[in-house]
Ligand binder design. Structure first.
Ligand SMILES: *Cc1c(COP(=O)(O)O)cnc(C)c1O
Length: 387
């Protein structure tokens, strides 16, 4: 059988642009000729449309998902002496912003089935200094927000949702980003709703919080040239807002395509012993920003060594690459083991420490074709047989 017929990239953004090229070009041209490049009605309109999409009363746009998280912590007065419980298995900025405002990230272990916070470990981690919980809906998989909000309420804790990888995901028919005090979104190009550059947004049902975020994202300016706080400059560019206005109406169908691809992967991968495919939780609607499998070596596990070995996962990734199949490792090192957090290196989080050696993210984007996907599955099966 002829292999290497088609190369499959882990991600391809050009196909999506082709679908919406005319609409995007028209809107971008309008912005270019308007002479209005910062703020304006296009940004305001997008904020309203996005608030409606997430089903919250307020949306404040900003320059990135990282800024959204930073502004959320600042607006809720989280800082020195405060502890924020979060996951060690996420993109760095989730924890980075906690440290940047002077608070301390407290990492708890994850559930290997969802890759999200293991909520059984949440209550034991709460101390008198705990101020907030910062769950991440990782890879598009919603956290069990019923359980998380119940724990947060009973301890009077703030909840900030990191929805960067989960725009459109739902927990019991309710959109993520509408459960906690603030939802934080990223419009980085690879996210489910991606701009053509940086962008981000915060969502909330609390008008006072929305107002405080607006002040902080605009240099702490509460009235014209009147500064009550030290803020930052964080804006969603008008051009990016115009592009996001074109893309938002497509988001549900793109997420639906991701879901169909995930179902298809599951059908073919669930029978393979060495592969643990990801699964949706009951009540959750995952939007599959990534499709991340666990690769397990039975032999290594039998002698208790899988923990120490990257070899199976890494050799499979290399073999896939040889067959023209791209893949990625999200994430190779848990955050409590990063050099910048060396003071936290004493904490032992065995599940995430093992999972980091076993994860492999397969090609996933709405325009991935069935034949490309079959090529991925075929190549992966081949690699496992060749071991
Ligand atoms: C992408 C991402 C961010 C940061 O978003 P940027 O727009 O790149 O700043 C934060 N958290 C998670 C989980 C992300 O995936």
């Amino acid at each position: 059988m002829a292999l290497n017929m088609i190369n499959v990239p882990p991600l391809d953004l050009t196909q999506q642009y082709e679908i919406i090229e005319e609409q995007v070009n028209t809107r971008v041209q309008e912005v270019l000729s308007s002479g209005r490049y910062i703020g304006g009605s296009i940004v305001d309109e997008f904020e309203q449309q996005f608030a409606k999409y997430v089903d919250v009363s307020h949306c404040v746009s900003c320059n990135s998902g990282t800024d959204a998280l930073f502004l959320a912590l600042r607006a809720l007065n989280i800082g020195f002496g405060d502890e924020v419980i979060t996951t060690p298995f996420t993109f760095f900025s989730t924890a980075e912003v906690i440290s940047a405002v002077g608070a301390t990230p407290i990492f708890i272990d994850i559930d290997p089935q969802t890759f999200n916070l293991d909520l059984k470990q949440l209550e034991p981690a709460i101390t008198k200094n705990t101020k907030a919980i910062l769950p991440v809906h990782l890879f598009g998989q919603p956290v069990d927000m019923t359980m998380l909000m119940a724990i947060a309420h009973s301890h009077n804790l703030i909840v900030i949702e990191d929805c960067a990888q989960a725009t459109g995901a739902e927990w019991h028919q309710q959109k993520v980003g509408s459960f906690g005090d603030i939802g934080c979104f990223s419009f980085f190009p690879t996210k489910n709703l991606g701009a053509f550059g940086d962008g981000g947004a915060l969502t909330t049902n609390n008008p006072a919080i929305a107002n405080q975020v607006r002040i902080l994202k605009n240099h702490g300016q509460s009235a014209k040239y009147f500064y009550e706080h030290i803020g930052i400059n964080s804006r969603l560019d008008t051009i990016q807002a115009a592009i996001l206005q074109v893309k938002l109406p497509y988001l549900d169908s793109w997420n639906q395509q991701r879901r169909a691809l995930a179902n298809h992967y599951y059908k073919f991968l669930s029978g393979i012993t060495a592969v643990v495919p990801p699964q949706e939780l009951f009540g959750g609607r995952c939007v599959w920003n990534q499709y991340t499998i666990i690769l397990k070596s039975q032999e290594l596990e039998a002698i208790g060594k899988s923990h120490f070995s990257n070899s199976l996962r890494d050799s499979i990734q290399a073999q896939l690459q040889n067959k023209g199949i791209g893949s990625a490792i999200y994430y190779p090192t848990p955050l409590h083991l990063q050099p910048v957090y060396k003071s936290l290196a004493h904490c032992q989080l065995p599940v995430v420490e093992q999972v980091c050696h076993q994860v492999l993210s397969l090609p996933m984007f709405p325009e991935l074709s069935t034949s490309q996907q079959e090529q991925v599955i075929f190549a992966l099966k081949n690699c496992l047989q060749e071991l």
